[in-house]
Design a protein around this ligand. Structure first.
Ligand SMILES: C[S@@+](CC[C@H](N)C(=O)[O-])C[C@H]1O[C@@H](n2cnc3c(N)ncnc32)[C@H](O)[C@@H]1O
Length: 245
């Protein structure tokens, strides 16, 4: 079913969103890492550095990296935190295959699992000390169910850290930012990846995504404790953290 949101964007039902998100990431997989560098002018690497600091893993952690995509986040932790137990989860086979290839190329395969599945259907009781999601949460079809499954899958004392985009609060910055995401990013997608529509979807998904306070409230509703968030990159990225206590 289609209806218009307050942004004038088309809202789609959950089954259609699941398919559209799958199509988008299957289409962009081969150029995903290059496009990340081009679209963010390399800044996503700095944002991820801050994310790593907030996550702050130890070598004995058991990490569930959700929406692993091509494995940027997971591979960083596997390299830095030797001996870590790591599960990379993503429903998109093309994206996850690229992550697997990167792990094989890096020679890191011990204690690493890959699961091709959406988080909405994954639960492993009291199993992980940390769950990370970078630039994936806004694509999830059922965000509440995802958080519930993550909560159940964490051990007591475990934490969740979510990084994603946000719309800037300042109206002037927002206008400039939306010109960039609405017009420049889809053009880069068209010329570099041969796919304008997928990058239009990625831009639109930022506009319809939860506000930082809304995500904090949702995390608290699921019973995550000590929920905090910070914004970075001139107010276009947020990092949320919460604990299962
Ligand atoms: C933008 S990529 C992020 C990749 C990586 N975390 C990074 O930061 O580069 C988003 C990923 O979310 C995955 N995704 C979409 N829906 C999902 C779901 N329901 N459960 C888990 N992952 C999902 C997509 O397949 C895609 O690979």
């Amino acid at each position: 079913m289609h209806k218009k949101s307050k942004f004038g964007l088309e809202l789609i039902d959950s089954e259609e969103k699941t398919h559209r998100v799958q199509d988008v990431f299957s289409s962009v997989a081969a150029n995903y890492d290059l496009m990340n560098d081009l679209m963010s002018l390399g800044s996503h690497r700095l944002w991820k550095q801050r994310f790593y600091q907030v996550v702050k893993l130890t070598n004995s952690d058991v990490l569930l990296d959700i929406a692993s995509g091509t494995g940027d986040i997971a591979l960083h932790f596997a390299r830095v935190n030797k001996g870590i137990h790591l599960t990379c989860l993503d429903p998109n086979k093309k994206m996850l295959d690229l992550a697997k290839d990167r792990f094989i190329d890096s020679g890191i395969l011990e204690n690493i699992n890959f699961i091709t599945q959406p988080i909405e259907s994954f639960v492993k009781d009291n199993s992980f000390t940390c769950a990370t999601i970078a630039f994936g949460f806004r694509n999830f079809t059922n965000q509440k169910k995802s958080l519930k499954n993550i909560y159940t899958s964490l051990k007591v004392g475990g934490k969740i850290v979510i990084m994603d985009f946000k719309s800037p609060s300042n109206s002037i910055i927002k206008e400039i930012y939306e010109k960039y995401t609405d017009f420049v990013i889809p053009r880069i997608g068209k010329y570099i990846a041969g796919d304008e529509n997928s990058y239009k979807y990625l831009s639109d998904s930022i506009k319809t995504y939860l506000k930082p306070e809304e995500l904090s409230d949702l995390m608290k509703e699921i019973n995550f404790q000590n929920v905090t968030h910070e914004t970075l990159a001139g107010d276009i990225v947020t990092i949320h953290k919460g604990y299962k206590i």
